[in-house]
Design a protein around this ligand. Structure first.
Ligand code: SAM
Length: 178
C-alpha cells in the first residue's frame, strides 16, 4: 500500500516538474507580456469597476490562471466568461481551477488570432507595446460599445474614457469604449 502511494506521489512530482519546465520554456521563448497575475485586491477593483448586464460576454485576454474570470463569474453568474491564454500550462491549470464554474471557458490560443466580435466587456493586463499592436484588431473586431479595462497599460493612440485609481501608486485601470 505504501509502495503504491509513493509511486503515485512520484508520478505527481514528475508531472509537476514537466509542467514547470514547459511553463518556463513557454515564458522565455515568447516576447510580449509574461505571466504576472493580478493581485486579489487589484482584480477585485477591476471586477467592481464593471457593471455587466445579464447577457454580457466577458473576455480576459491573456487570462493566466483564470482568477479574473472566476471573480467575475462569482459576481455575475449569468455572464459568459472567456479567457484566452497562449501558455498551455496556464491554460490547463486555469481550466482545472475553474472546473466548477459552468460559465467559464478558457481557450488555448493567441489574442491576435482568436475571434473577439462577441465580446461586450474585455480585461487586459498586457504590456504597452502589446496594447498598441492589439489596437487595430480591437477597432476592427469589437462590436460598438464594447468596454475594455486595461490594468496599468494604455493605448498610445487612443484616449481612455476614465482612469480608475486602485488605492496604491503602482496600479491604475484605464477604461476604453470602442
Ligand atoms: C500579466 S499576465 C495577466 C494574467 C491575468 N490576466 C491576470 O490578470 O491575473 C499576462 C498573460 O497574458 C498571456 N499572454 C501574453 N501575450 C498573449 C497572447 N498574444 N495571446 C494569449 N495570451 C497572451 C501571458 O501568457 C500571461 O499569462
Amino acid at each position: 500500500m505504501l509502495g503504491v502511494f509513493i509511486l503515485f506521489l512520484e508520478v505527481i512530482i514528475l508531472f509537476a516538474q514537466i509542467a514547470i519546465i514547459i511553463f518556463f520554456i513557454e515564458q522565455l521563448s515568447r516576447g510580449g507580456a509574461p505571466y504576472v497575475p493580478s493581485s486579489r485586491s487589484v482584480a477585485l477593483c477591476a471586477v467592481n469597476a464593471l457593471t455587466l448586464p445579464t447577457n454580457a460576454v466577458f473576455y480576459d485576454l491573456g487570462s493566466g490562471d483564470g482568477r479574473m474570470l472566476r471573480l467575475l463569474s462569482l459576481r455575475s453568474p449569468t455572464a459568459t466568461c472567456i479567457g484566452i491564454e497562449r501558455s498551455l500550462v496556464l491554460c490547463l491549470w486555469a481550466r482545472f481551477l475553474s472546473r466548477k464554474f459552468p460559465n467559464i471557458s478558457i481557450v488555448h490560443g493567441d489574442i491576435f488570432r482568436e475571434p473577439l466580435h462577441k465580446a461586450t466587456h474585455v480585461f487586459t493586463y498586457l504590456f504597452s507595446d502589446v496594447m498598441d499592436q492589439f489596437l487595430p484588431k480591437a477597432e476592427h473586431e469589437f462590436a460598438p460599445n464594447t468596454i475594455l479595462l486595461s490594468l496599468n497599460f494604455k493605448f498610445s493612440q487612443k484616449p481612455y474614457d476614465r482612469k480608475i485609481d486602485i488605492g496604491d501608486k503602482k496600479h491604475a485601470l484605464y477604461e476604453y469604449t470602442f
